[in-house]
Design a binder for this molecule. Structure first.
Ligand SMILES: Nc1ncnc2c1ncn2[C@@H]1O[C@H](COP(=O)(O)OP(=O)(O)OP(=O)(O)O)[C@@H](O)[C@H]1O
Ligand SMILES: [Mg+2]
Length: 250
């Protein structure tokens, strides 16, 4: 179990979900970029585990000052690669005030979940559709069980509503569904046309007002609640009824 009691020690943030296509890689890229406006970019390391290297290519073009490691997780070499990933995280854990963001592939590798279970925080993107919410909920349940078994408050679980229709204000279905789980609901990211297009090599999301608004707010949330440790206070206060905190547009 990692020690996160020192507030300056490095923090690892996994972006994970068993469900594919929910926006893990997109969120990894946009979060790294948003955090780079809050923190020295050299204090940010992104680990790209996707064979397709999209995150690596995107970030090295757009934000070369962010550290990027490519550690592919392929089914055939899963155990070897996960051991390598663990080493990378460990190396970075000795750097003060360092943030390590790890994108993960979809699927359900127990070995990977064990590693995720040692991290500081897991960001779990999902849409509001039942096809995404149902597997997301069972993923949260299994992470919760691990935390309960070891009686630990880490990793903090944050659900990130993604691909939300413009104008949607009601998150009660999601909040109700997650009410009995030890999770926090982060700020929503809308269904953004500019994001859908940036995999075609169009990296100009900065000029898109909606995208910079949503990811900017998301980055500020992660900076305050994860990087600066505000979530620890919520958990340490023992007010379990406060664990579901919907962070919505003001
Ligand atoms: N907020 C958003 N608005 C619109 N489209 C989005 C948004 N987030 C992600 N997408 C689109 O959804 C698709 C899947 O996104 P992404 O590749 O980030 O998901 P993933 O969870 O990493 O998928 P995989 O499980 O295959 O690794 C992409 O086409 C992406 O452009
Ligand atoms: Mg991905």
């Amino acid at each position: 179990m990692s020690d996160f009691s020192n507030k300056d020690s490095a923090k690892s943030i996994f972006i994970a979900n068993v469900k594919g296509g929910v926006g893990k890689s997109t969120l990894t890229i946009m979060l790294a970029r948003a955090l780079a406006t809050n923190l020295p970019p050299q204090n940010i390391t992104v680990i790209d585990t996707d064979l397709q290297r999209t995150t690596t290519e995107f970030l090295s073009a757009s934000n070369p000052e962010i550290n990027i490691e490519f550690v592919p997780i392929t089914p055939a070499f899963e155990n070897t690669n996960i051991a390598l990933l663990q080493q990378f995280i460990k190396q970075n854990s000795f750097k003060n005030s360092h943030i390590v963001i790890i994108d993960t592939p979809a699927g359900s590798s127990q070995r990977l979940w064990n590693l995720v279970g040692e991290s500081y925080c897991v960001l779990i993107p999902t849409s509001l559709s039942n096809a995404d919410l149902a597997p997301t909920e069972s993923f949260i349940k299994s992470m919760d069980k691990v935390k309960a078994r070891y009686n630990q408050i880490y990793p903090h679980l944050v659900v990130c509503p993604n691909k939300i229709p413009f104008g949607q204000k009601d998150y009660s279905t999601m909040a109700k569904r997650l009410a009995n789980h030890d999770v926090v609901i982060g700020p929503a990211i809308r269904d953004l046309a500019s994001v859908r297009h940036f995999y075609n090599g169009n990296y100009k999301t900065d000029t898109n007002v909606n995208a910079s608004e949503d990811f900017g707010r998301f980055g500020d949330f992660v900076n305050k609640f994860v990087v600066k440790g505000e979530l620890d206070k919520i958990y340490h206060s023992g007010k379990n009824n406060l664990n579901v905190v919907p962070f919505q547009k003001k």
